[in-house]
Design a protein around this ligand. Structure first.
Ligand code: PRP
Length: 203
């Protein structure tokens, strides 16, 4: 049996469709269920829904043999796991963004709100820019609007959320997409079964 950690939410639903299109079938899974795990016994695949940020935790500790995580989460957490395949789903960017009339004054500490403090710290450290990083858990676009921060570092997919809150992209930080990751020892012992899943969902 291969255990697969799926990220709850938009990306997870896209990956679930990829699995269904690849011929996996989960009789326990339907729109109304609140069940967090489900199996395709014919293909020896057990899936479970976890918070996107937690996928690498399950994989690193071996509770999941494999997991689907956004590159943003892998960059932020830097887990000790294998990143095996770019699934090319959930494509977006991480970018810095601010109010249209914001002018950066390099002599002042830049206040940055983000869900990704490590990515943000590294990005500005490379530029030698001093920052005060404010870690939030969502609705980041409010921060510059209300004056909590000068800019944000956040996921931008369609750009709609920025536009509707009168913000714009200042700089791209990284390109993001979904990655299939594996626990290192599981990949050693179950490598063939894992490769078969990758082959099916990427063909
Ligand atoms: C993400 C991100 C932006 C939005 C960008 O938030 O934090 O707010 O999506 O998407 P867009 O460019 O297509 O508008 P999400 O919806 O995941 O919720 P969150 O605010 O709880 O992070």
């Amino acid at each position: 049996m291969i255990n697969l950690a799926l990220p709850k939410g938009r990306l997870g639903m896209k990956i679930f469709s990829l699995l269904s299109d690849a011929g996996y079938f989960f009789p326990e899974m339907n729109d109304d269920t609140r069940k967090l795990f489900f199996e395709d016994t014919g293909h020896n695949l057990r899936c479970f829904w976890v918070k996107p940020f937690d996928v690498p935790v399950y994989v690193e500790r071996g509770v999941a043999d494999i997991g689907i995580a956004g590159k943003d989460i892998l960059m932020e957490r830097e887990p000790d796991i294998y990143e095996l395949s770019d699934l090319k789903a959930g494509k977006c960017i991480i970018a810095s963004a601010g109010k249209i009339d914001f002018i950066d004054e390099p002599s002042r500490t830049l206040r940055v709100a983000t869900e990704f403090p490590n990515i943000t710290r590294k990005f500005y450290a490379q530029k030698g820019r001093e920052t005060d990083i404010i870690t939030l858990r969502g609705s980041l676009e409010l921060a510059p609007v209300l004056g909590l921060s000068d800019v944000i570092v956040d996921i931008v997919e369609t750009g709609t959320t920025l536009r509707e809150n009168n913000l714009h992209v200042i700089e791209k930080v990284a390109e993001i997409s979904a990655r299939l990751t594996a626990n290192k020892s599981a990949y050693h012992f179950k490598g063939e079964a894992i490769k078969e899943i990758i082959r099916r969902i990427t063909q």
